[in-house]
Design a protein around this ligand. Sequence first.
Ligand code: UD1
Ligand code: UDP
Length: 378
Amino acid sequence: MKPFVVIGTRPEIIKMAPVLHEFSKRSIRYFFLHTGQHYSHGLSKSFFIDMKLRDPDSNLEIGSGTHSQQTARALLGIEEKLLEHKPDVVVVLGDTNAVLSAALAAVKLDIPVGHIEAGLRSYDMRMPEEHNRRLTDHISKYLFAPTDYTARILKNENVWGNVYITGNTVIDALESIIPKARKIESPVSEKNLDGFALLTLHRAENVDNPEILKGLVKGLQVVRKDIVFPAHPRTLRRLEEFNLMDDLCSLGHIHIVNPMGYMSFLRLLIDCEFVLTDSGGIQEEVTAPSLNKRVFVLRRSTERPEAVESGHATVVGTDPKKFPALVNRLCEEGLDVRRSCPYGEGDASVKIVDVLTREFSCSPEQPNAQPDRYRTPF
Ligand code: UD1
Ligand code: UDP
């Protein structure tokens, strides 16, 4: 089997790492391409270090730009590499512009696509991620749905490819790093905080909209807790552009820090009392047995309803008249409840590589006798 793996941003590096390690464990040589959508050390290289990944074979260095610019630059660059390397399968994960570009380039060359984290839907067409994941699901041959729920969505949409239920590789990634994260010093130890909430914010539909961002800043001022905020560069830029930085910092309880490497960020997740976020991956991570934290989702909807059902996540919206009161009330009611993880047992990468190995490693003379264990019956 000759897989061709494409990543472009921070969460893809984290979540793809267990799959790459599983390929290596089985001596499967893969071609590894970074589109270069994320390029700052704190959004890219630091994750290669923490996840112990080798450098990519190719970095297209597409950089920042409009969605069409990023998608088109990556599409052309990936096509060139696919023609050169002629892989058996292109493997992508999630819903970024890198994912759509790679899937599109591959399907046009008749190369099958394996989409990890298939079937997620927010039903919010303001989100670029919703366009990317819907389109990618419908041109993929192997759809790795993290849960029964996401597999059902794919079935109801009559996707063309085969659907497998595997869990989410973020649990594999997190569980492999968290023992080390427990041993490092807290990245905010010098602040001497007596308990804190952890905040991340970067969704385009939140931070690029001045009214919504202003409302979020206003609401966060009312949350009764110190808040540690590793700020995404997109958000910092918007806070400056919309003159909201002074408001955000005016009460002194919001501590802005640089985006964290994975180990340091996990340390913050371990230490915090609860999380405020619009991130996708963090909604999944808090459900991991070794974290088991409450997360308040600063959005109108989520494509991860499993985390709501398991009791970890509450979608609190972005309305400053509503979300801080809800957060304060839920905190008063207590955050410590026993819950189970809906995203698998940390073996998603093994299941995904099992499926790909079965598909691509058997010859006509030696058909692979292993049953198709993870494939859904529909
Ligand atoms: C992208 C993904 C989003 C994912 C997020 C993970 C898409 C459509 N969006 O959003 O789904 O959740 O990554 O973090 O693919 N910038 C830097 N350094 C970098 C990269 C970006 O400073 O290394 C700044 C630039 O000002 C850039 C802005 O951040 O314009 C936004 O970056 P971009 O990659 O376009 O989108 P993200 O918001 O990171
Ligand atoms: N993360 C990190 N450092 C940070 C913020 C996030 O390591 O400062 C990790 C987080 O643990 C999760 C992933 O980045 O695994 C989520 O990325 P992001 O929120 O940027 O993207 P999304 O998941 O929303 O696509």
